[in-house]
Design a protein around this ligand. Sequence first.
Ligand code: NAD
Length: 248
Amino acid sequence: TGRLAGKRCVVTAAAQGIGLATVEAFLREGAALVVAVDINQEKLNQLASQSRVACRVLDVCDGAGIRALAMEFPDINVLFNCAGIVTNQTFLETTEGEWDKDFDVNVKSMFHTIQAFLPQMLSSGDGGSIINMGSVASTLRGIPRRSLYGATKAAVIGLTKGVARDYIRQRIRCNVVCPSPVATPSYNVRKQNDQDSDMDLCNHIVDNLTGRLASADEVANLCVYLASDEFTTTFLRFNSSGIADSRR
Ligand code: NAD
């Protein structure tokens, strides 16, 4: 029983923060299996004793490794691409190597995982849900010292919309989650080293909006909804241009 009863899920960046909270939420909601992927073996080990969890130490940039993972787990319904890194600097301080690395981890990783897992979702006939991790630092807002990060997350929004458009008629849902700052281990480290940028946004939110940071559990709960069958495409109608129209 549960909102995700029977679902077989993959979560990247599963060892801490939003990824870990989402693994725990998926399990609470009855997922049949959660494949927890991270490069941090030590932290991933905290999940190893849980039933219905398969831990795999794997870099999301390792295309061959991701393809092998999809062969090992050939009946995945839910893919949560959570892995991402933040580089904290102005545009002119950014090197070409950093540009390539952050696009590899934050964007090309999704090329690998979606290429690997989407074919099995399509052939299952049961549809599937792909959830990509974006950020408010993207097309949504300009954040100081986040030009590279924001460029990668803007790319994630474009990728998500394109995948959704290509496969929605085959019952594949593809969504992007764009949180404001979330209280996670890496955010707490950044907060200490980076008073000017994250804190500008954070103070705005704390002072003017919610009065606090988001929690990893709140993002995880949104991912439960997006992964569940509560959110289906069956109500969508298509107009003559083939554009999904959600009016009933
Ligand atoms: P985090 O930064 O605390 O942890 C990230 C996890 O990803 C770590 O366990 C790390 O080992 C793993 N990881 C890093 N590179 C990897 C790779 N190449 N392959 C596999 N695993 C890898 O996590 P977080 O703060 O919860 O962030 C998760 C995602 O949410 C990221 O994509 C981030 O950009 C996004 N996000 C975070 C915030 C925030 O304020 N924390 C806000 C918006 C979006």
